[in-house]
Structure formats: C-alpha cells, structure tokens
Design a protein around this ligand. Sequence first.
Ligand code: SAM
Length: 289
Amino acid sequence: MDLCNINVIRSVMESEGIKFRKEFGQNFLINRHIPEDIADNCSDREDCMILEIGPGIGCLTAELAKRYEKVVAVEIDRGLIPVLKKTLAEFDNVTVINEDIMKLDLNTLIPQLAEGREVYVCANLPYYITTPILMRLLECGVKFNSITVMVQAEVATRLTSKAGGGDYGAITAVLGYYGETRKLFTVSANCFMPAPKVNSAVIKIDLYKEPKYKPKNEKLFFGIIKAAFEQRRKTLVNAIFSKYPDFSKEELQNVLVDMGYTPTVRGETLSVEEFCALSDRLFELRAEG
Ligand code: SAM
C-alpha cells in the first residue's frame, strides 16, 4: 500500500469516517521519497528503537519499520488508531500508543520499551507544538541518540543558526547545549496534504553522550539565556538586570568587561560556551558575596 498516495490516504480515512484535524497539525506527506529519506537518516544501526511522534496514517512509520528493529509511534488522534492497525498490519515490530507525547512519562516508558536498545527520535512534527515537543525530549531525562525531525523551514533556519545571526534565539542556544543541530534537506509545501502555507525542512540533532558544557548552576544558565532573548533589543546588562535585579548594573557590566565584552554587548552574540562562562561568573559572584 502506497501510504503517500492521495487516493490511498483519502480512502483509508474515509473507511474509518475521519477527517484531517487541523488542531493536531495534520499535514500528511504525499511524496514517498520524503519518508524514505527521513528514515534513512535516522540512525546508522539497525538494532535500535525509534520513537516516532505523530505517525498520521503511517507513511514514515512503515519506512522506519522496514529499516529498524523496533518502532514505537505515539499518536494523539484516537481516530487514526484503527487506520494505523490496517496500514501497519504487515509489521510486527511496531507499537502504536494513543497518547499526547506531552503527557507521556517518557523517562519511565522509553527504557521499558527499548529493552536495552539505543533510542532515536524521528518525526514529521506537528508545527503548532514543535518547540515544546523538542524541549520535552531534551529535558525528559532519556538519553536519546539523535532527533531527526521535519519542522517549518524558518524554524529549521532558527534552530541551526549561529550566534550573532538574526535567526539565533534562546531555543538555538538551548539546543546547542544538548547537541549539534544541522539541516538535512528542505521539503516543498506541495509534498503535503493538505499543503501548508510554508516550506519545511528536516533537521537532525545529534545529542551529546556526555554533556559538553557543564554550567555550575544549570538553572541560572538557562535563566540567563532566557533573559538575554526575552529582551532582545536591550543590552545584555539591562536584559539580565530586568530578570535578576539582585545583581547591580555595575556588577554586571564589570563581569562582562572583565570577560572581554563591550559594556553594550547584546545576548544574541554569545555562543552556548559563552553563556556557560557568563552564568558561572555570575554564580561565583553570588557565592562569594
Ligand atoms: N507522520 C505523518 C506524515 O508524515 O505524513 C503525519 C505527520 S503530521 C505533520 C503530525 C502528526 O502528529 C499527526 O498525525 C497528528 O495527529 C500528530 N500529533 C499532533 N499533536 C500530537 C501530540 N501532542 N502527541 C502525539 N501526536 C501528535
């Protein structure tokens, strides 16, 4: 069954009496080369487990199941579950879970399902919830090897941009803390049904096995990044001061100048490593004082 064929998609959905649900970000792939390419890029080992988010009617799930030992697909839309039963009937290595990925206790569930296998994430992500899903995957405590996901093209640019560029944001810096992100390829809007208004791109985040950056206080590190980008137009001194008024502006300026920055430096020019060094200096300042 060609699960990217428009007529097949229509007929399997009609047979279960279901419609596309916009509120779940349902734009299904209709170019079969795309799920093949995404699946190819997910992992270089066959004996792993893939966690797929949002299988839809299963076009990507099927390609993953052909290539990897075990696939666990989490789909929020109850109406799609009987469809997936039919479309994935030939695969005995797929487990479908009808849940909201944001509500699952991944830290408990994933090790149970993986049974010692390395775990990779793969998805054509629902666009309405891209960043929260990425944050959840990064913060849930599970050691995923990599995350290969389709996102809106402009989000892909943001997630893969470098410090100093206009697209560099808090999420870019946070991703940089957990791993290395690169863009694999772009996908035109007409590869989907219904077609979204914008193009998409597939990115891959290779997660560090051991933390590359070790801030002395993780909460402060993330807090400084958040402050820097919440107040993007402000200087870093003013942005940090608005969120952490316990530091005086003079103290903040002294730390920055001491670290080699101009007093009017803006947060968007700092790399992850620099945010880490800055938060360490501020942490030490309070620990001393
Ligand atoms: N994988 C299919 C494809 O590539 O054609 C469908 C991708 S579609 C962009 C996103 C899928 O994610 C939909 O099937 C939608 O129902 C599902 N979804 C949306 N929000 C979800 C959530 N919070 N948890 C799990 N699945 C979700």
